[in-house]
Design a protein around this ligand. Sequence first.
Ligand code: PHE
Ligand code: FE
Length: 295
Amino acid sequence: MNAESHVFETPPEGAAPDWTIPQGWDRYTPQEHATWDKLFARQRDMLPGRASSEFLKGLDVLQLSKPGIPDFAELNERLTAATGWQVVAVPGLVPDDVFFDHLANRRFVSGNFIRRPDQLDYLQEPDIFHDVFGHVPMLADPTFGDYMAAYGRGGKRALKLGALEKLARLYWYTVEFGLVREAEGLRIYGAGIVSSFGESEFALDSDSPNRIGFGLERVMRTKYRIDDYQQNYFVIDSFESLLNVTVETDFAPVYERLADQRDIEVAELVEGDDVITRGTQTYAMAKSLEVERDA
Ligand code: PHE
Ligand code: FE
C-alpha cells in the first residue's frame, strides 16, 4: 500500500534500474482474470453512494475493451490522456527513493500479481487489484493527480530531512484511507478502503471508528495500524483544499516542530480535534480480545 518497507536493496534480476518490469499481460491465467472480474464487479456494485464522485468518475478509465486484469498498455493510453499519469509494473515493494521518484514523474508503481481465490477478502500486501482498482481512478482526477505528484517531490525532501515516518502518515490517512465530505454526506476515496469489500462498508457505516476532520499536523502525528480496519479516519473537505494545504505549506519547519511532540495513538482523541463521529471502538476491542483468547 505504501513504500514503507522493502525487501531488496537493488532491483531483482530481470528488473530495470528503476525497478520496473514488463507487466506480462499474456501470462495471466483465465483464473486470474476471473479473480479480477469478480472483485471488480463486487466493488463496482458496492461503491455508488459510498465512493467520492471523483473516484466513481475515474472508474471509467478502467472500462477497457476486454474484461479481466487491465492491460497497462491500453489503460495507460486513457490515464495519460486524462492526467499525464501512467501505471508501471514492479515485482513488489520498492525502496522509498525509487517510489517517490516514480510518483514525482507521474508513474504509479503496481504489483503485477493478483491475489489467490481464497484471498478475495483480505490481503496484507498490495496486489494488482488494490494498486489498479484502488489507486488508478483517483489518478485520473486532475487535482488528485497533482497531489500525488507533489507528494512524490515531498517524499524526496522528507527523505533528506529524515522525516519519512511523518510524511508516510499523510499518505496513509489520505491516499490509502481518506474520507471526503460531500454535500450528501461522507464518502470514501482512499485506495485501501475502496478496494476492500469489508472496509468500504465499515469506514462509513460502523460506529466503531473515530472520524475526524483533517488537519495536517494532526495526521502527521498519528500512528496507524496495517493489520486490520482503521480505528480512525480523517475527513477532508475537498481535494482542492488537500492539494492547497500540502503544496503551500513548507514541511521543513513542520517536521522540526513535530519532532518535539509525542505521537498520537490510533484511537486517541486530542484537544482541538474536529470530531465528526466519536467511535465506540467496539470492533477493535472485540478483535483484540479474540487475539488474546487465541494466544
Ligand atoms: N509542501 C511539502 C514540503 O514542503 C511537499 C508536499 C506536497 C508533501 C504535497 C505532500 C503533498 O515538503
Ligand atoms: Fe496502496
